[in-house]
Design a protein around this ligand. Structure first.
Ligand SMILES: [Zn+2]
Length: 242
């Protein structure tokens, strides 16, 4: 159910794995994504199971309509009847409100400044890395009063730089924007390391308290991987402040 969890100064960070839910093949078991072809009632049940395992009220978990961009929305509560915005980062000053990000190979990025009481979640795939969604999320936090020196960053399970094969020209394009993402597969072909790129972006902004999940989604059968399975579920990352 929960593959990694930690708490620092009242800031909570958690990432799910694929087990402990009620979805059938090929979304087995804990698919948390609502736009991948799984039954909506099943996804709702899974979101309730995951929230309860974290001690959260499922009605106070905020999800995004992720589109591989760099837009950030500030949120002060559940969307309710409002349309869920097409953004890849959300930020809040509301303590107790959990922000969630969905992934299956992309990098889930959780950020919190526990002193200022500001949290953010971001979805960074290769396009988001190039577009700068994570720096945009940090800047949105700073506009609300966060200090990068106090921001805690956790990135979750994602396809690793030894597995994420891309055409040479694509690696060149990504590396031109973020040199730290330049990588090579374990079989010697061009690759991109999105997690390394995200951490380099955070480091340049002065975010030093960072941890990166050691889990590669493509290599781990305990995690959903879009590149491995195509039709599959979504993992979630959650961040919230006491
Ligand atoms: Zn890997």
């Amino acid at each position: 159910m929960i593959t990694q969890r930690d708490t620092v100064n009242g800031a909570h960070f958690a990432f799910t794995d694929r087990w402990g839910g009620v979805s059938a093949v090929p979304y087995e078991e804990l698919n948390l994504g609502g736009a991948v072809g799984d039954d909506p009632g099943t996804v709702r049940a899974n979101r309730e199971l995951a929230a309860k395992s974290l001690g959260l009220d499922p009605a106070h978990v905020v999800w995004m309509n992720q589109v591989h961009g760099a837009d950030v929305a500030e949120v002060d509560g559940p969307w309710g009847d409002r349309p869920v915005p097409e953004v890849d980062a959300i930020v809040t000053v509301r303590r107790g409100l959990a922000l969630a990000v969905l992934t299956a190979d992309c990098v889930p990025v959780l950020l919190a400044d526990p002193v200022a009481g500001i949290a953010a979640a971001a979805h960074a795939g290769r396009p988001g890395l190039v577009a700068g969604v994570v720096p945009a999320a940090v800047r949105a936090m700073m506009e609300l009063g966060a200090d990068p020196a106090r921001i805690i960053a956790r990135t979750g399970p994602a396809v690793c730089g030894r597995c994420y094969e891309v055409p040479e020209v694509m690696r060149a394009d990504v590396s031109a924007v973020e040199p730290a993402a330049h990588s090579e597969t374990s079989w010697g072909t061009p690759a991109v390391d999105v997690s390394a790129g995200v951490h380099a972006q955070l480091d340049r902004l002065g975010v030093r308290d960072r941890e990166q999940s050691p889990v590669c989604t493509l290599e781990s059968r305990d995690h959903f991987s879009y590149r491995r399975d195509r039709t599959t579920g979504r993992l979630a990352g959650y961040v919230w402040l006491d």
